[in-house]
Design a protein around this ligand. Structure first.
Ligand SMILES: Cc1cc2nc3c(=O)[nH]c(=O)nc-3n(C[C@H](O)[C@H](O)[C@H](O)COP(=O)(O)OP(=O)(O)OC[C@H]3O[C@@H](n4cnc5c(N)ncnc54)[C@H](O)[C@@H]3O)c2cc1C
Length: 356
């Protein structure tokens, strides 16, 4: 452990050296292919692997509840995009904590798994929120800055980001894989269309790579320091890190610890694991969904059922569906729905022949 100054001038905080690692290094170990469940490990330095191993080998006795399947992957770094990752570094509570708080009981909360399941489903179905706030989870995330900007809009988490005033940012940039290099969508101003291919794809990737490398090179020059901390010119002063960083591209990776409760995590996942969310944030949300499954399996099932797999229907939409069930004719003009609402409703109920 190292003691470092946090982002607030007065706060001294303790962070593992892992946060301050430099992964653009020759001692990267390729452990690709080793799997925990369905997820492949990312490339990490020897030092980082050692730190994770140390964390994983520690055990402490506790009287609190724990989630065995989450314990198995605690501290593990699951790869996201080309250089990012998601690690669960701490958590509090499990499914029984939700039941316990809903019943305000003295004991563990469990009567029978089937009763607990029924209660959790009921809470989820009827939007009873606070029992889900009794469980908390803390992640260590490494992500490109442009994705961090979307992520930070979720205000109900506690965040501590890697300080680029204090340390030099890693020399790592997100470059989309070819299949994710899409053109601007023509019918959705916020989305992607067809994949860009061939020479144009190569050109785009080169531009992204060259610009990121050039600005990073200039960042090092301004700092008068290389990414590994070595001085470029002993006779020169370096520009302050807090200023030099402004020249970096948005695909540069940053990191943070992100702690939230289960209710707000589900809100985050509902929005960011959804097909409307940008692919790059969805990659992270999908990994986190898997951690929720390991942590609170009953809640996960209810969440997938009512929130992710379910759909919201307006009063007008409900009338349309009721008429369809009765075999009555429906049409958009008398429905009171906009074309977009109408099509969303038809897609939700897989009525593709009714799309207009
Ligand atoms: C597909 C997609 C596209 C988006 N596009 C844009 C865009 O173009 N521009 C843009 O600016 N944003 C955009 N966003 C961000 C979006 O508008 C939300 O800001 C973001 O998703 C955070 O959601 P949230 O407020 O529910 O989350 P949180 O901040 O985590 O809040 C969780 C819940 O807590 C409550 N809450 C939190 N803070 C308050 C408060 N101050 N007052 C009252 N209730 C509060 C609300 O019930 C809220 O739903 C987009 C998001 C998605 C998923």
């Amino acid at each position: 452990m190292v003691e470092v100054v946090g982002t607030a001038p007065t706060s001294a905080m303790v962070i593992t050296k892992f946060v301050y690692r430099r992964s653009w290094k020759s001692n990267i170990i390729n452990i690709k292919g080793i799997k925990t469940d369905s997820i492949t490990f990312m490339k990490l330095t020897k030092e980082q692997l050692e730190e994770i191993k140390n964390q994983q080998s520690q055990t402490s006795k506790t009287k609190r509840v724990s989630a065995p399947n989450l314990e198995k992957i605690l501290y593990e770094a699951f790869p996201a995009l080309d250089h990012g990752f998601v690690r669960v570094v701490d958590y509090m509570g499990d499914d029984t904590s939700i039941v316990q708080s809903a019943r305000v009981s003295y004991g563990k909360g469990t009567k029978q798994v089937s009763t607990d399941k029924g209660l959790i489903k009921y809470l989820m179905r009827h939007w009873h929120s606070t029992p889900f706030e009794m469980c908390e989870i803390k992640y260590h995330i490494k992500l490109p800055i442009f994705i961090a900007r979307q992520w930070i809009r979720h205000r109900t988490a506690n965040v501590n980001e890697y300080s680029a005033r204090y340390s030099i940012l890693d020399k790592e940039f997100y470059l989309p894989s070819l299949e994710n290099l899409a053109a601007q969508s023509v019918n959705n101003r916020q989305g992607r269309g067809d994949v860009i291919e061939g020479e144009q794809a190569k050109e785009v990737l080169n531009l992204l790579k060259n610009d990121a490398e050039r600005t990073y090179h200039n960042y090092e020059n301004m700092l008068n320091q290389r990414y590994d901390g070595s001085a470029i010119d002993e006779n020169k002063k370096g520009l302050a890190r807090e200023l030099a960083r402004m020249n970096l591209t948005l695909n540069t990776y940053t990191q943070w610890y992100w702690k939230t409760d289960l209710l707000n995590l589900m809100n985050f996942l509902r929005l960011r694991a959804d097909s409307h969310a940008q692919y790059e944030i969805r990659v992270y949300a999908d990994i986190m969904l898997d951690t929720v499954k390991k942590w609170v399996p009953i809640t996960y099932d209810a969440f997938m059922d009512y929130r992710v797999g379910g759909t919201e229907v307006s009063a007008k939409g409900k009338v349309i569906i009721q008429k369809l069930i009765k075999g009555e004719n429906v049409d958009i003009d008398s429905s009171g729905l906009s074309k977009r609402e109408w099509n969303e409703l038809m897609i939700a109920f897989d009525l593709k022949d009714k799309l207009i």
